[in-house]
Design a protein around this ligand. Structure first.
Ligand SMILES: C[S@@+](CC[C@H](N)C(=O)[O-])C[C@H]1O[C@@H](n2cnc3c(N)ncnc32)[C@H](O)[C@@H]1O
Length: 261
């Protein structure tokens, strides 16, 4: 990975890019008049600092990857209007809960969870891949939303750039109310526009039994997995399917605290 700026960036953006390069221990390249294709001759992954945040370009794809809360805004608006949200229901989330998102991605689910648990709750989002981790952590800190509740929810999320198995192994027993998984594996075979720019940068590992076993120790109430409804992982890992859904995805639940709904 290399870090650069947009064309003709002002000194403050250049300085920000140098600081990022230093923080992540990667090379800063002055943009001059170089195109993205020219920069890709130096590295497969280019992180571009602009006045509006970070953009990542992977070799072979034309669309940049940048942070956007996507459906989280609409979902929060619906909750504010008194509607329900299937993920929130599947997790049995309530104010004050602690929620460990083991597959942060673009953080849409974490933003919604953060809104629900509020200031007394806690959201930790784990991302194993470097570029999504950087882009989403920065985006959650800086994105300005007209919906105050959503912006505050974003700011409260703690991003940890770590593989979930490593993190789970370090956790105390019963340290999060909910442990949540939304792996890429089955998403890859289903069209999901909101997740498309993330694809070249994501981790496609399927969930491991080791991670589920650790999650059982770490979760106080529930482990929840979102996956393609045909995924064998629901049965393989002992998840109970959460009501029938018309969509390609569904949620699975493992109760660890005896609070089945
Ligand atoms: C399908 S996306 C999650 C989307 C997310 N729920 C949202 O609402 O935006 C899966 C993300 O989890 C990450 N991931 C996959 N395996 C992981 C692991 N073992 N540890 C941490 N992150 C992982 C991927 O890199 C990807 O960014």
């Amino acid at each position: 990975m290399i870090v650069t700026t947009r064309h003709e960036a002002p000194p403050e953006v250049q300085e920000q890019a140098r600081t990022f390069a230093c923080k992540f221990g990667v090379r800063f390249v002055e943009r001059k008049k170089m195109s993205i294709a020219r920069l890709h001759e130096m590295s497969d992954y280019i992180l571009v600092v602009t006045d509006n945040g970070l953009r990542a370009y992977s070799k072979g794809t034309s669309e940049p990857f940048f942070f956007h809360p996507g459906m989280a805004m609409l979902r929060i608006k619906r909750l504010l209007n008194g509607d329900t949200d299937v993920m929130v229901q599947a997790c049995g989330l309530r104010k004050g809960d602690s929620f460990l998102d083991c597959t942060l991605g673009l953080a849409a689910d974490s933003i919604v969870a953060s809104f629900v648990v509020g200031t007394e709750g806690r959201i930790v989002g784990l991302e194993s891949e470097r570029i999504p981790g950087i882009i989403v952590e920065e985006g959650l800190k800086r994105y300005e939303s007209p919906l105050q509740e959503a912006q505050e929810a974003m700011r409260r999320i703690e991003v940890v750039p770590m593989h979930h198995l490593t993190f789970l192994r370090q956790c105390e027993n019963n340290s999060f109310d909910i442990v949540y998984f939304d792996p890429m594996f089955f998403q890859a075979i289903v069209t999901s526009e909101s997740i498309a720019p993330l694809r070249p940068f994501a981790n496609y590992e399927s969930l491991s039994l080791a991670a589920i076993e650790e999650a059982k120790r770490v979760a106080r109430r529930r482990i929840v997995m979102k996956n393609h409804r045909e995924s064998p992982d629901f049965e393989n890992f002992g998840f109970m399917r959460f009501k029938k859904m018309e969509r390609a995805f569904t949620y699975g639940i493992i109760e660890v605290g005896g609070e089945a709904e």
